[in-house]
Design a protein around this ligand. Structure first.
Ligand code: FEO
Ligand code: CA
Ligand code: CA
Ligand code: CA
Length: 695
């Protein structure tokens, strides 16, 4: 996300207590947690490879049938160890992408790209309509995933988040206001530029294209009807004039990171949604805790209310101020329909996206599932990206049945695993252990009172997830972003992007040990099987190469210096890919930003030490193992990526460039000449020789 929509206000009241009394510990110690893991590997289920084939099916009407979800979890035979096969790139500050020698990169589906005949081609002058945006890619691409069709690495469905908008480039000359109101066509265009795109994509003659007019192509926007499932669905919290029984809500907003499931669905995470809503009255604690605006909504969408052409309060709903007698007369509950992980079945074009409220309500950055084991519950991890917010884990009530990976009623499978379970929040202790604290009524929190005493029912706890986490003493973190699961040992890695508010007054804590942490770091942990305990350490500290040892604790060099890690994921070979969002669009305010544009790096944690475990953190002796793979254009963030199953294509996203991509070429490495209307875009990276990427 850009600095323009991130929430810089510290909303965590528990931050009044300094942590300075807690001793800083050496964060690079080894985790000692390997016992029993080898046995667990042997029981791992083969989720994706069965039934894969490599045929190039050119039939546009390929049936979703058995999509064979991406083989994120390898089979019983561990893959042969891989080594990074490219040289680390130097830093770059140009209006072009940079890839290693022997690699090629193409601009693919920049915002406004039509995917059917209902949309006009993208207009360089910003004159496309709201209807065009409903049938085109949205703005500000972020998290993404490639769902192979019948296991194919040349044809699949690409799900892409469209996190937010840039009004200056969306409209001909930016946003307008007429007598204090936004024109409703402009609002609808903005609403339709948000959300998610499902794109049917195919590689032909080495180049990827959208399959124009495919039935799979569709958009979810900030107005698309969606279901509310789980504990909050159907309760008084979410009853509105649009959905008097509280089972539906319109739209998903500010979809940042993503996840996917073992059964072939996409998960999109609602992050900075709160400020799209305004409440000028007395805000209840759950609104104060997430940052609902108290003067105007972020884009003034609420000013379209009462326009003669408004449909069912489509604009009025963004003003959640109580003005009538109850929920039938105002939109007081509309905001409670946002802040969730949303499940989408990309293979069923008629399916309705479903908000899984059991997984908590906050500024979800993304979602990664822990290594599935047959007969055991599934775990899903999600960070809350704001300063001093928390890390959460959802554990399903149902135990994993590998046959569910093959079912075609995927949202029913989602209901089985994602609507019932227990939400936990993390407390990290100074001795390298931690505890998952259940956000359920019986948990005892402040003053010896239970969550039930303080909040009442489970749906009340979920609506104010942050408040419940405060109450039980969770550990405030330096902006938790993406999570990633090591494909074989099950360790979870999470990016903590930065936190410049952790000054001497606020103090440090063990997993966030640097004051004024402008560079961020990556924490990792391992859950103890059948336990709420975990063990943790810090994998890498972001820093510029020239910083002193207290800042550059991982010994980074000019070839891998990084700051503000954000996008994160393992590929099934065990390569960890790290993307950065260093706020360059807000000025080059740290030494890494002064040296390079945002980037993507690769490292193979398992190869760093011995064969029995994850190995040590990044340190002075293993710098060559953390390599810069990609650098983006000026001011843009590099975020979200997906691989084809054969690793010959990587899709990644460039968000909020200011003068890229160049007109009249789709070569992503061509520097812009002159000035262009900027377009966030996917970039397709391949090796010129067609080989697998990274190795
Ligand atoms: Fe949308 Fe936390 O980045
Ligand atoms: Ca970010
Ligand atoms: Ca940014
Ligand atoms: Ca992000």
């Amino acid at each position: 996300m850009s600095k323009s929509i991130s929430d810089k206000t510290v909303r965590n009241p528990s931050q009044s207590s300094p942590f300075s009394e807690i001793l800083e510990k050496n964060m690079s110690r080894r985790m000692v947690m390997r016992g029993g893991i080898a046995a667990a590997f042997a029981t791992m289920t083969s989720l994706g490879l069965a039934g894969c084939n490599s045929s190039d099916d050119d039939d546009d009407a390929v049936d979703g049938g058995n999509p064979n979800p991406t083989p994120e979890v390898p089979g019983e035979q561990p893959a042969a160890p891989v080594k990074l096969g490219f040289e680390s790139l130097p830093t770059s500050m140009t209006d072009a992408c940079v890839v290693p020698a022997g690699y090629i990169a193409h601009v693919f589906a920049p915002w406004g790209t039509p995917f059917n005949d209902n949309a006009n081609p993208w207009d360089r002058n910003g004159n496309n309509t709201s209807a065009d945006l409903l049938n085109s890619t949205g703005m500000h691409h972020d998290g993404m995933h490639y769902f192979p069709i019948n296991g194919s690495s040349t044809e699949g469905l690409l799900a892409v988040n469209h996190e937010y908008i840039d009004q200056k480039t969306l409209h001909p000359t930016g946003a307008t206001l007429v007598a204090g109101k936004r024109p409703i066509e402009e609002i609808r265009k903005e609403i339709n530029a948000h959300g998610v795109a499902i794109l049917h994509v195919r590689r032909e003659n080495g180049r990827w294209n959208i399959v124009h007019n495919s039935r799979y192509n569709r958009r979810f926007t900030s107005a698309t009807p969606m279901k509310l499932a789980g504990p909050v669905g159907g309760t008084d919290w979410v009853k509105t004039p649009y959905s008097p029984n509280g089972t539906m809500v319109r739209g998903t907003n500010n979809n940042c990171g993503n996840g996917y499931t073992p059964w072939g669905t996409y998960i999109t995470a609602e992050e900075n949604w709160a400020a799209c809503f305004v409440n000028t009255g007395t805000q209840p604690r759950e609104q104060l805790r997430v940052g609902v605006s108290d003067d105007v909504g972020r884009y003034l969408w609420e000013t379209g209310a009462a326009d003669p052409l408004e449909v069912q309060g489509e604009f009025a709903r963004f003003n959640v101020t109580e003005s009538g007698a109850d929920f039938t007369q105002d939109w007081r509950n509309e905001v409670n329909g946002f802040g969730y992980l949303v499940e989408i079945d990309p293979f069923d074009e008629n399916s309705i996206a479903t908000k899984r409220t059991a997984m908590g309500r906050f500024a979800h950055e993304g979602c990664a599932y822990g290594k599935p084991e047959a007969g055991k519950p599934l775990a899903f991890y999600s960070g809350d990206d704001s300063r001093f917010e928390y890390i959460y884990r959802f554990v399903s009530e149902a135990v994993w049945d590998p046959k569910d990976a093959e079912r075609t009623d995927r949202l029913a499978v989602g209901a089985k695993y994602l609507d019932k379970g227990t939400l936990y929040v993390a407390r990290f202790d100074a001795d390298g252990t931690g505890e998952w604290i259940a956000l359920t009524g019986a948990t005892v929190g402040a003053g010896g009172r239970t969550l039930a005493d303080e909040f009442g029912s489970l749906e009340n706890i979920i609506i104010n997830t942050r408040g419940a986490a405060d109450f039980v003493g969770a550990t405030p973190m330096d902006r938790p972003e993406w999570t990633a699961t090591h494909p074989t040992n099950g360790d979870i890695y999470l990016t903590l992007t930065n936190n410049s508010s952790r000054n001497a007054g606020k103090g440090t804590n063990p997993p966030n040990p640097r004051l004024n942490n402008v560079n961020g770091h990556i924490v990792r942990w391992h859950d103890e099987p059948g336990s709420t305990k975990f063990k943790w350490d810090i994998f890498v500290f972001g820093s510029d190469a020239g910083a002193d040892a207290d800042t550059n604790r991982s010994g980074l060099t000019t070839l891998n210096q990084l700051a503000s890690p954000d996008g994160l994921g393992f590929d099934p070979r065990g390569i960890l890919w790290i993307q950065t969002d260093n706020g360059i669009d807000g000025g080059r305010n740290n030494n890494v930003a002064k040296a390079t544009n945002d980037q993507m790096l690769a490292v193979i944690p398992g190869a760093l030490a011995d064969s029995t475990g994850t190995g040590p953190a990044i340190n002075a002796t293993n710098q060559a193992d953390l390599r810069r793979f990609f650098v983006g254009p000026n001011e843009a963030e590099v975020t979200g990526f997906a691989f084809t199953p054969d690793y010959t294509t990587i899709f990644l996203n460039i968000q909020h460039p200011v003068n890229w991509p160049a007109y009249d070429t789709d070569d992503a490495t061509t520097a812009t000449t002159g000035t262009v209307r900027a377009r966030s875009s996917t970039v397709v990276i391949q090796r010129a020789d067609g080989g697998p990427l990274g190795v």
